[in-house]
Design a protein around this ligand. Sequence first.
Ligand SMILES: Cc1cc2nc3c(=O)[nH]c(=O)nc-3n(C[C@H](O)[C@H](O)[C@H](O)COP(=O)(O)OP(=O)(O)OC[C@H]3O[C@@H](n4cnc5c(N)ncnc54)[C@H](O)[C@@H]3O)c2cc1C
Length: 411
Amino acid sequence: MSISTNSNSPRVLISGGGIGGNAVALQLVRAGIRATVVERAAAPRPGGQAVDLRGPSRDVAERMGLMPGIKSRQLDERGMLYVDDEGRETLRMPAELFEGKGGVAEIEITRGDLNEVLLEALAKEGGVDYRYGEWITDARQDAAGVEITFASGAVERFDILVGADGLHSATRRLVFGPEEDFATYLGGYMSFFTMPTPEGTEPHWFSMHSLVGGTGIGLRPDADPATSKAIIMLRTAADPALRRDVQAQQQFIRERLADGGWHSATISAAMTEAEDFYFDELARIDMPSWVSGRVALVGDAGYCGSPLTGQGTAMALVGAYVLAGEIATHATDPERALTRYEEVLRPFVAKAQELPPGGLRSMTPKTRFGIRVGHAVSRLMTTKAMKPLMMRMLTATESYELPDYPTRSVA
Ligand SMILES: Cc1cc2nc3c(=O)[nH]c(=O)nc-3n(C[C@H](O)[C@H](O)[C@H](O)COP(=O)(O)OP(=O)(O)OC[C@H]3O[C@@H](n4cnc5c(N)ncnc54)[C@H](O)[C@@H]3O)c2cc1C
């Protein structure tokens, strides 16, 4: 269906076609607002592990009419499993232990598949000006709008600029200041990629293994049982040489996985063949404001909590829904719309950005003794006595009241 946009409606530029950017674009076109998306990559970026939808992010997915697409790609993941060097089970945590609100949630979908659901919905709506292989190189605001210079050399004016360009956001750098002003390094790196499922992997379970030295490796079910999503957590000091250097990143992983037991050798070998190898530092973004005049940041660009929170996609989806809702509500007053976006969303983000106790340290012990203690603590967390405390932690964002924005039916 093609949506007719109102030529008096604001013209919104979205930098970044990830979960946050595509969700904003979708809600804007549905409200009849003109949206342009620029995505630096040449095509939709595949890859990413299972992301979970619970509480407010699930509500948003439902309100956006995304659930049929999500359900058709939903993963059959039944819980988490810890294994030792030989692959013997040391701890099993079924998803129902925490009523589908723990490490494995009731609804899990890979990040790449969720992005595909959003892109399909956008294609169905029509009307979005989508440009791959393009990015912004300058943004200048005045009283009437934002003048954007693109990498292609084009210069265009928009009423609002939305930075949805991830942890290393260019919009944040151009409008708010350098990344160092807002980022806190959380003690390590994470890598994700797709690989053939190694023989002996238990189907439908997220298997994790700790290596001495502060490394965690895991395999998560993929939509296709022949493939799995590899996950690698590496506790280490920050190393600028690893930024954007895939060779250096893979060499670092190879060294950390050497003699690591379980499937470490297979995972290490599969990494070089992976088409969706992803590696980034674990960092948190804290900003006094995500808004400056007619520019707003959404998702990781403004309030990354890192994959350690398990809430990155939730924050991007809920943030996108609120941002688009406020722009549609205050269509003639962009600055008011963006201020409201920040006011309405802050309480949700404050809770969603909270790290699990101990952060990366507790997930990647350095010694055999530390690994044993970690398992004992995890076992304790699964006891009946600890359940109320665990449930309080796991449902911290669920009390957030999602605002209602009038939207036409998307069923
Ligand atoms: C390929 C990939 C795999 C991921 N895998 C996982 C995972 O397994 N687990 C997890 O917890 N999180 C993962 N993440 C991060 C996760 O997607 C986010 O935390 C969350 O979904 C919030 O999304 P976002 O839209 O704010 O940011 P992102 O998902 O990072 O999306 C940002 C988008 O902006 C684009 N971009 C970057 N710079 C520019 C620029 N200058 N101009 C235009 N476009 C730009 C990027 O290519 C990307 O498409 C992954 C991100 C990516 C990009």
